[in-house]
Design a protein around this ligand. Sequence first.
Ligand SMILES: Cc1ncc(C[n+]2csc(CCOP(=O)(O)OP(=O)(O)O)c2C)c(N)n1
Ligand SMILES: [Mg+2]
Length: 338
Amino acid sequence: MTDCDTLLVVGSNFPYAQFLPEFDQARAVQIDIDPSMLGLRYPFEVNLAGDAQATLAALLPRLKRKKHGAWRKKIEKDTARWWDVMERRAAVEADPINPEYVVHSLDALLPDDVILTADSGSAANWYARHLRIRGGMRGSLSGTLATMGPGVPYAIGAKFAHPDRPALAIVGDGAMQMNGMAELVTAAKYRHEWQDPRLIVAVLNNRDLNQVTWEMRAMSGAPQFLPSQAIPDVPYADFARSIGLGGVRVEKPEQVEAAWRQALAADRPFVIDFRTDPAVPPIPPHATREQAEAVASALVKGDSDRGDVVKQGIKAKVQEFLPGHRHQEKDPGSGQDR
Ligand SMILES: Cc1ncc(C[n+]2csc(CCOP(=O)(O)OP(=O)(O)O)c2C)c(N)n1
Ligand SMILES: [Mg+2]
């Protein structure tokens, strides 16, 4: 998107303006059913208030097919490379479990009719990067306000709307402690009303409010502030079992896939407590140079996770530059946002 010459935004309140093209680079059109969303993020040449399907159908006959699809080929190549990098990042060892591996290994196991949710936190990153949402699948998260806490309630809502489909929530331990555990009681109360009994809650138990720990490192160069960021380890699976649900704690990478399979085969809502490593960085894939420098400065200022963070961050980032795969065309030092 950063490199495009034409930008078409359809039904999206895309809030990350720093990833949009430069103002004089692209000609842009926005379509939204809610007129108050129009023109918020970019100087769109044409703002169209209307239903996405009807508006696009009216637009299509006016488009001419381009002869050479160089742009499309580049996107296809970049996308193939992206999935290759995701696989490598998931394979990076961590202590004890790499959260990217947890979500990456779910991708191939997802039922065709699953309804997914992700909570706000590092889970949202892994959900967006590692899962391929196919055909009949649906996925939701708190896309506008990024509020913590919707993961389990959204999945319960999905079970009421579609009791015949499995629902699966990926939730941070902070969000579980806020409201997710209490909402398991709701699931225990209503589970017998659901034809398909499966409601899977995967907890990324990193004992940290990790997304914000990393944002503080990246935005302000602040070292990890334990009094606000560290949270207790809670036996989420034991709690689930104590109220009649299923549950398992996973402490080794070798157990991850079996745990997903067990949850997907369960006859009741099921909690998987994954012990994941807070040193795996959920920073944006195109972190700016300033953000990278801020992380470095946070570590210099005495971050408690310093050693692990440097080790994991380098191991994850290096996957993008391994031999045998196309390197980034731009010099990482000179290009924007790299
Ligand atoms: C209600 C609410 N409070 C605080 C925040 C800021 N915030 C965003 S993500 C996050 C940390 C989430 O921690 P956790 O659920 O453990 O997920 P992790 O990032 O550790 O995987 C916080 C505090 C928020 N988005 N919403
Ligand atoms: Mg956490």
